[in-house]
Design a protein around this ligand. Sequence first.
Ligand code: FES
Length: 97
Amino acid sequence: MKENTVPPQYKRHIFVCTSCKNDNFCENDDYAKELRSELKAKCKELFSKDLLRVNASGCLGVCNEGIHIVVYPEAKWFKLASKESISDIINYLNSNS
Ligand code: FES
């Protein structure tokens, strides 16, 4: 395997689960994708795209607790329960930048 020695220098990388594997809990893939798009648009508006990236991820393994995001490098998890949660996440990003 060849290492990429010049990776992008994001200060933060956010992963949003958008692909539930558990039919009993998360039939919310479309809503997760909608929330991810909205979070991504808000982040694009407020932060440099060179410093922060928002990606869709597969299942994060906590489907029974709802849609989640993980913010790296701090590995902080948040429940993305609704569009209102996006402003809480933005506040977190602003107050911890
Ligand atoms: S889809 Fe499984 S944790 Fe979100």
